[in-house]
Write a protein of this length. Structure first.
Lengths: 173, 145
């Protein structure tokens, strides 16, 4: 993604990293349910990978054991919403339109609201960490469509995927 | 309501660690029908500013309720797993109120179960969310031959 760039000499790498990581924390760092599930985000440039660490409380079938289908759905939905909000926010973070001082949890625009979400369960979620990456297929002023894929051991062997529609938040103020 | 069936369904839900973690409890059960409630809990909030429960927690409740409805179908599936689940969010659930879901398994073939569900808070006339899903049907060994 190429957004508006800042003028002047290139910034020091730690300043750029610090700003982006702070923005990501502001988006996802204070949501109780994300914290409860233990979902974190790895960032490489603008690419996000959501990580769901395996633990006993996310089990749905204790005999296999397998990850609860509802947790899989929640994980995919979290990945999709954060990716969407991140994509929308990116240009403003990079151009300086959003002040670094404002990058605190609770001081950003509201997260997009889920309108509908369809999960396609391909295999059972094994007792190990899961990863997800989302792609914004359409992002309009009011509505957005996001696709998300989740895998465990092999990136090419998805255990679930989902598509969702979202209502964008109204600009604040 | 069949007492044995209710006990089995209750055990089915309580054996699911994540459903227990979310404190889900069985309200009612029938043939291919289940009603499950999840109390309000601040740990499952999706937006600190509003205190509204995260859609993901509603998904977990919907999924559990749909699976339970499949298990109570008169064709007696030996097990089930979610194949496809679509959830539509109509409105935010009221903070502080429990969310109650009612699922109906309206058709079962040899291999597939079709389910619909609705989620409500205290205002029973305005649904919080609806869901439709397709679930796998595992048959006991004797059914297969």
């Amino acid at each position: 993604m190429s957004g508006p760039t800042r003028r002047g000499p290139p910034e020091a790498v730690e300043i750029v990293k610090g700003r982006r990581d702070r923005a990501l924390r502001a988006l996802a760092g204070d949501v109780p349910y994300i914290i409860y599930l233990g979902v974190t985000f790895d960032r490489r440039g603008d690419e996000l990978t959501a990580v769901l660490p395996f633990h006993d409380k996310i089990v749905g079938n204790p005999i296999l054991p397998a990850i609860h289908g509802g947790v899989t759905a929640a994980f995919l939905e979290i990945s999709a919403v954060i990716e969407l909000a991140w994509t929308v926010l990116w240009d403003d973070i990079e151009s300086g339109a959003i002040d670094v001082a404002d990058l605190e949890p609770g001081r950003l625009p509201d997260l997009p609201k889920t309108i509908d979400f369809t999960v396609d369960y391909l295999r059972s979620g094994l007792p190990r960490d899961a990863y997800a990456r989302a792609r914004v297929n359409r992002s309009g002023r009011r509505y957005a469509s996001v696709h998300v894929e989740a895998w465990q051991d092999n990136r090419s062997r998805l255990f679930a995927q989902a598509t969702g529609h979202f209502l964008m938040s109204e600009p604040r103020g | 309501m069949n007492d044995l069936k209710a006990t089995l369904a209750r055990q089915f839900i309580e054996a699911i660690p994540h459903s227990r973690a979310l404190a889900m409890s069985l309200v009612e059960i029938g043939d291919g029908e289940a009603e499950i409630e999840m109390p309000y809990d601040e740990r499952f909030v999706g937006d600190l500013r509003t205190g509204v429960i995260h859609g993901g927690a509603v998904s977990a409740l919907m999924d559990t309720c749909c699976g339970t409805a499949v298990m109570t179908h008169p064709s007696h599936p030996a097990g089930t797993a979610t194949m496809d689940l679509r959830i539509e969010y109509m409105r935010a659930a009221k903070p502080g109120q429990a969310i109650r879901t009612r699922a109906t398994c309206y058709h079962v073939t040899r291999n597939v179960a079709f389910v619909r569900a609705i989620a409500m808070d205290d205002d029973r006339d305005r649904p919080v969310a609806t869901a439709t899903g397709a679930f796998t049907v595992e048959r006991a060994r004797s059914d297969k031959t």
